[in-house]
Design a protein around this ligand. Structure first.
Ligand code: SF4
Length: 374
């Protein structure tokens, strides 16, 4: 393993609009590269420009905490950063990968986030996150904290093949139980589901059932992408070794899409399984509004609920008018409740107007609440 220290120019990555998967406005990478070295990791793809050999070489942004302090300062360059969860994790490196034990950047970032009164959403595969329970509780007491784990199945043996350097799913679930006991909201990102390996009804149900038992607040589901080049080459090498019969199946569903997407029929088929199982166990399929209604401003609340509705309807195979409307609202310069005629907003018809007004009045929407668990 090699570690290279750098001075970064900026840290926070502002999303073009509020991200309705994580309900975040900003993400950050304290480390670039990840020694967890998951076989399917798309951080390995050329498009992410991670230096060196992925899984072995790490870049550490040693000035990250000074940058974060400056960038969250309401009088600083960003002038009143937007409210929403600050995302710690995801991107091109786990914030709790082993190098964190030495540098402690994630711990320090939590302190800065707490001092500036922001909520945080942590996504990790490492049980090291337990170390920071004191700070996570403080963030939660002041605003809110969510701790999420990504899990592709609860099978420790399969995880040993595809996630060789992270704690097995059984340990991650124990850590989830630990956070739930401490009163912290928790989620499972059931992704990526590995085609023909972890995409069976049984394995998907195992995760959702476990989530229900632990009182997890939501399960977010996603299929795997496989970009041509380094990501695909590395993945196929491991796949051939452990599942020699599978590469032809992969060739049928990954057909040289620029973004590494599988064919849509495949995603639809696994999404159907997830929808059926999550509905059976009444687990929210997106972050529930009760965890963010008091965090976002009015427009962002409307955008997130509309986008979640859009996802939930499509999951059922229904058409949705809400996605385009959400995008148009993200371009508004003023608060949506001050707009004289909501139907003048592009993509907003009669049905969408009714939903928007319901959200403005009640902070949620009955159709959304029904679909979230149903
Ligand atoms: S933990 Fe996440 S970022 Fe790290 S290698 Fe695995 S998938 Fe990639």
């Amino acid at each position: 393993m090699s570690v290279r220290e750098i001075e970064a120019k900026t840290l926070l990555r502002k999303h073009r609009k509020v991200d309705s998967w994580f309900v975040s406005q900003y993400g950050m990478n304290l480390y670039r590269g990840c020694t967890h070295n998951c076989v399917y990791c798309d951080g390995r793809a050329e498009g992410y420009y991670v230096d060196g050999e992925f899984g072995r070489d790490i870049v550490v942004k040693i000035n990250a905490i000074d940058l974060l302090r400056r960038e969250l300062d309401p009088k600083g360059k960003r002038k009143n950063p937007k409210q929403g969860f600050i995302m710690l994790g995801g991107g091109v490196g786990d914030s709790y990968q082993p190098v964190e034990k030495k540098y402690g950047l994630t711990r320090q970032a939590l302190m800065v986030i707490h001092n500036h009164g922001f909520p945080v959403h942590i996504l990790t595969k490492s049980v090291l996150v337990e170390r920071d329970i004191d700070l996570i509780q403080r963030v939660n007491d002041r605003r809110r904290a969510i701790v999420s784990f990504s899990i592709s199945s609860i099978d420790d043996e399969i995880s040993g093949i595809f996630e060789p350097r992270v704690p097995p799913p059984s340990s991650r679930l124990n850590t989830l139980a630990f956070f739930k006991e401490k009163g912290i909201a928790c989620g499972i990102f059931l992704l990526p589901v590995i085609p023909f390996v972890t995409d069976t009804h049984t394995l998907i149900e195992d995760v959702v059932k476990k989530a229900r038992e632990l009182g997890v607040d939501f399960v977010i589901f996603g299929g795997m992408t496989l970009k041509q080049g380094r990501q695909q080459d590395y993945f196929l090498k491991v796949l051939k070794k452990h599942y020699p019969q599978l590469p032809p199946e992969y060739a049928m569903i990954y057909q040289a899409d620029k973004w590494g997407q599988a064919v849509s029929d495949y995603y639809k088929s696994i999404s159907r399984i997830f929808d059926e199982v999550a509905t059976q166990y009444r687990i929210p399929k997106r972050i529930p509004v009760s965890l963010f209604h008091d965090i976002l401003d009015e427009n962002d609340l409307v955008i997130v609920i509309l986008e979640q509705l859009d996802y939930l309807l499509r999951l059922k195979g229904a058409k949705s008018p809400y996605g385009y409307a959400a995008y148009s609202i993200s371009k508004l310069k003023s608060s949506i409740s001050t707009v004289k005629n909501i139907r003048d907003i592009k993509g907003v018809g009669k049905t969408t107007e009714r939903v928007i007004r319901e959200i403005i009045w009640t902070g949620t929407c009955a159709q959304y609440e029904k679909l979230l668990r149903g």
